[in-house]
Design a protein around this ligand. Structure first.
Ligand code: AMP
Length: 299
C-alpha cells in the first residue's frame, strides 16, 4: 500500500494494535472503534464520520468473522476488498485500520465464546441460531484488543446493536455503544455489502423490504395503532413478489424485541427476506419518518 500523509496505519497483529492505541491513549486521545467486515460502503463510512466527530482517533476494524457464519452460509464468497477499503478509510481520515488474519483472532486452540441469552435466539437468531454468538464473541474480543472509549454500530443491524449494548452492560465493558442511522440507496434499499449478490432484475424484489417499512411508518403516521392491521399491510407488499422468500416481518418493542399488539412511536418494524442469493434485513422505528424514496425505472 503506497504511504501518503493521510494513509491510515494498516495493522495486522494484536500486539502492534495495542502498541499504537496505547500510544494514542497515553497522549490523552479519545479512541473510537468501528467494527466492520469490510467491502465498505457509505453506511460504514457514516460510522467512521460519527466516530471522527466524537473521538480523536478512529480504529476501523476489517475482519470477516468466521464464527458468525454457519456452515453453508456465504463465508467463502463474502466480498473481500482490503485495498480499496483502506483507500476509502484514508479518505474518511480513519487513523488506524486493523485487519487481522483469522488465525490472529482465533488461534487453533481457541474455545471461548460470549453469548447473550434469549435475545440472541429470536428473529435473526431463529433463522441463524449460531450467528449472534459469533458476533458477540468477536465484538467482545475487539473491545479487549482496541480498548476503545466508544464503539459505533449501525441501526441497519438493529438486533445486533441491542445485543451488543446488552453484552457491554452485562460484562461491564467501559465502552459507550453508539447506534447510528441506516444509510440507504436513493431508491430506499438499505446499503449492505451483500447487495452485490443482487442481480439487476432482482432489485424491485429487494425494494419490498424498505417499501414494507415505509408502509408501516405511513400507517402509523395516519393514526393506526393495531399491530395486526399494520402487519397485514406490510405483508401485502411482499405478496406482490412471490419470488421473495420472506423470513419474518414483525413489530417489536425496542429493547426485548418481543412482538407487540399495539404500536407506539418507539416500536421497531423489522423485516428479513431472501432475494436470489442475498439474505437482506431492514428495520425502522415507527416514529422516525421515512422520506419518500426516489422512483427508479422498472427493470
Ligand atoms: P458489516 O460490515 O456488515 O458487519 O457492518 C459493519 C457495521 O456497519 C455494523 O455496525 C452495521 O450495522 C453497519 N452498517 C451496515 N450497513 C449499514 C447501513 N446501510 N447504514 C448504517 N450502518 C450500516
Amino acid at each position: 500500500m503506497p504511504a501518503s500523509p493521510s494513509s491510515p496505519t494498516l495493522i495486522r497483529t494484536v500486539a502492534e494494535l495495542r502498541e499504537q492505541v496505547h500510544a494514542a491513549r497515553q497522549a490523552g486521545r479519545r479512541i473510537g472503534c468501528v467494527p466492520t467486515m469490510g467491502a465498505l460502503h457509505a453506511g460504514h463510512l457514516s460510522l467512521v464520520a460519527y466516530s471522527q466527530r466524537e473521538c480523536d482517533v478512529t480504529v476501523a476494524t476489517i475482519f470477516v468473522n468466521p464464527t458468525q457464519f454457519a456452515p453453508g452460509e456465504d463465508l467463502e464468497k463474502y466480498p473481500r476488498e482490503l485495498e480499496s477499503d483502506v483507500q476509502k478509510l484514508a479518505a474518511a481520515e480513519a487513523a488506524i485500520v486493523f485487519a487481522p488474519e483469522p488465525d490472529e483472532v482465533y488461534p487453533p486452540d481457541y474455545c471461548t465464546y460470549v453469548e447473550v441469552e434469549g435475545l440472541s435466539r429470536v428473529l435473526e437468531g431463529e433463522h441463524r441460531p449460531t450467528h449472534f454468538r459469533g458476533v458477540t464473541t468477536v465484538v467482545a474480543k475487539l473491545f479487549n484488543m482496541v480498548l476503545p472509549d466508544a464503539a459505533y454500530f449501525g441501526q441497519k443491524d438493529y438486533q445486533q446493536a441491542v445485543l451488543i449494548r446488552r453484552m457491554a452492560a452485562d460484562l461491564n465493558f467501559p465502552v459507550e455503544v453508539r447506534v447510528c442511522p441506516i444509510v440507504r440507496e436513493p431508491d430506499g434499499l438499505a446499503m449492505s455489502s451483500r447487495n452485490v449478490y443482487l442481480k439487476q432484475e432482482e432489485r424491485p424484489q429487494a425494494l419490498t423490504l424498505s417499501r414494507s417499512l415505509q408502509t408501516a411508518v405511513q400507517r402509523f403516521a395516519e393514526g393506526e395503532r393495531d399491530a395486526q392491521n399494520i402487519l397485514a399491510e406490510m405483508q401485502a407488499v411482499f405478496s406482490e413478489f412471490p419470488q421473495v422468500d420472506l423470513n419474518y416481518v414483525t413489530l417489536a418493542d425496542p429493547n426485548r424485541l418481543q412482538q407487540v399488539s399495539r404500536v407506539d412511536e418507539n416500536t421497531i418494524a423489522l423485516v428479513a427476506a431472501r432475494v436470489g442469493a442475498a439474505r437482506l434485513i431492514d428495520n425502522t422505528r415507527l416514529g422516525d419518518g421515512m422520506e419518500p424514496f426516489a422512483n427508479t425505472a422498472p427493470v
